[in-house]
Design a protein around this ligand. Structure first.
Ligand code: ADP
Ligand code: MG
Ligand code: MG
Length: 499
């Protein structure tokens, strides 16, 4: 046959192309060995594909791109080819998704556990303290949340040395990228359909990724449970949102497949336009709200004044379904993650022994800073730890020498500020050669990845209506970077190639 102009071989020889990229035993292409001409061609095709299929974000360099749809769009940062990932760890992550959702539902019901676990943190972290205040008010009025909707994402890294799939965190609020992640999987499938032959990669080894349709289905089923055909979904957003297309994807699918209307409002707008009717109904600009879906409100920056807190309380007091409720939000904090990893705590919430074993297998080392042995160890070898405050959204953690310095400072001050943080074992995933695309430019680099599994949970009183794995988000970042957020500019969207 005709030698292709896109021969993946730099040297024209077969040896060296098929190598073992880190993981198990199956051969996978060494991406950096792919012929540059083929790379260029795939980059071009991928950029066109993403523009035509809505794999886009707002371009921060263009004014208005965070507010006005259709202005200043740029392709979302993505990896050119899917990241090799062992099938057994993929299956493991999918298998535990519904167990984690059940766990968080149970934890959210235990107000005493939430308050006891966060009692020291409350004194030094004013954001967590305000969330707890809202939760206390709900306990006081004995607020019942009969319909409970969770749209979660549990994130993992595969530790190279131990080959253990370890949970980074569980996101119970504003789990991002259900809209764009499925597009990346489609993009990769389309590239492999065209070029897989040259690369010796099969598109069928990229698992299907139904995240957007599954999340839309879950919202639709919750809306049906609420049971008012005229009601809408309220999407709580930031005033400026460069990741708006990820959100618009979800709500356009909700509209097209389920004919459900959504409205987007900031917390300030909800304070101005929202009211609580006598029967508990939440009404915003005179529309009845069935579901409040938060894509804002997870960071103190979203509450610049009292008016945003008033809006949060108003929604919480209402009979609308909250995704998440204040108790789900609190259950997803780093401090609770650390408390759940303590001996005999899972047993408080789950009955099934096998389920407990499965979850515990995913727990990395997690410690409170009142454990002086661990603090000494972390001061000695700070690169083996990550220090985390009670924050979401990326860019908040402390790494390397900063861990040592912060711990020493906290020790000297001798105040209770240490309760704002937890310590976590640092996970070191396999480093793999990859191509990262950002702003139309392709960067060849070595990278590590984090796998997120979306999970939906819907319950009405005793009836569990949905508890499913809902697709995935793979994020890849250069191995020299500590943090991992895509929106924060550290990582790119990716998909997985099962090995
Ligand atoms: P956030 O809620 O802000 O996303 P995360 O706990 O997910 O906080 O931490 C942000 C990022 O930091 C992760 O996406 C990951 O890249 C990195 N990270 C967090 N914990 C660890 C860890 N234990 N080992 C290595 N990297 C970590
Ligand atoms: Mg998070
Ligand atoms: Mg995270």
């Amino acid at each position: 046959s005709q030698p292709s102009q896109f021969s993946p071989l730099k040297s024209g020889k077969a040896e060296g192309l098929v190598s073992h990229v880190g993981f198990d035993t199956n051969p996978v292409v060494d991406f950096h060995g792919i012929d540059q001409k083929l790379v260029d061609k795939m980059v071009y095709d991928a950029l066109i594909w993403s523009s035509l299929h809505g794999l886009v974000i707002g371009d921060k360099s263009v004014p208005g791109s965070g507010n006005v749809p259709g202005i200043g769009m740029v392709h979302a940062p993505f990896a050119l080819l899917p990241m090799p990932f062992p099938e057994r760890h993929w299956k493991q992550a999918c298998e535990v998704a519904p167990i984690f959702s059940e766990l968080f539902d149970r934890v959210s019901l235990d107000g005493k556990f939430l308050h006891d676990s966060l009692s020291r943190t409350k004194k030094v972290d004013s954001f967590t303290s305000r969330l707890l205040d809202i939760h206390s008010k709900m306990l006081e009025i004995n607020k019942k949340e009969e319909i409970r909707l969770g749209l979660h994402r549990s994130d993992y890294m595969l530790d190279e040395q131990t080959k253990l799939l370890l949970q980074i965190e569980m996101n119970t609020i504003s789990s991002s990228f259900p809209g764009l992640s499925c597009l990346v999987s489609e993009l990769h499938r389309s590239l492999l359909d065209h070029y897989g032959e040259f690369l010796q990669l099969e598109s069928a080894r990229i698992p299907g990724n139904p995240s957007v349709s599954r999340f839309a289905d879950a919202l639709a089923k919750a809306w049906v449970e609420y049971n008012n055909p005229r009601s809408v979904v309220l999407v709580v957003v930031q005033a400026e949102e460069h990741n708006m297309y990820d959100q618009h994807w979800l709500f356009s699918v909700l509209k097209e497949r389920h004919n459900i209307t959504s409205i987007r409002k900031t917390l300030a707008e909800i304070d101005a336009e929202g009211e609580l009717l006598a029967d508990g109904t939440l009404s915003v600009s005179r529309q009845e709200v069935a579901i409040v879906y938060f894509r804002a409100g997870y960071t103190p920056n979203d509450y610049p004044s009292e008016s945003e807190w008033k809006a949060r309380l108003l929604m919480e007091r209402s009979s609308a379904i909250k995704c998440p409720s204040i108790s789900y939000h609190l259950a997803g904090t780093k401090k609770i993650q650390q408390e759940l990893a303590k001996p005999n705590i899972l047993e408080r919430f789950l009955d099934n022994k096998e389920d407990i074993v499965k979850l515990r297998k995913c727990f990395a080392g997690l410690w409170s800073l009142d454990d002086s042995d661990v603090v000494s160890k972390a001061i000695e070898r700070p690169h083996l730890f990550v220090m985390k405050p009670q924050r979401e959204g990326g860019g908040n953690n402390i790494y390397g020498n900063d861990v040592r310095e912060t711990l020493i400072r906290l020790q000297k001050e001798g105040k209770e500020e240490d309760a704002a943080y937890i310590l976590m074992q640092r996970i070191f995933p396999t480093v793999s050669p990859t191509f990262l695309l950002r702003d139309g430019i392709c960067h060849k680099d070595n990278a590590i990845s984090e796998l997120g599994i979306f999970g939906a949970y819907l319950r009405n009183k005793d009836k569990v209506i949905i508890n499913d794995q809902c697709g995935y988000l793979m994020r890849t970042k250069v191995s020299s970077s500590d943090e991992g957020g895509v929106a924060a500019g550290f990582a790119v969207l990716d998909s997985i190639y099962l090995t």
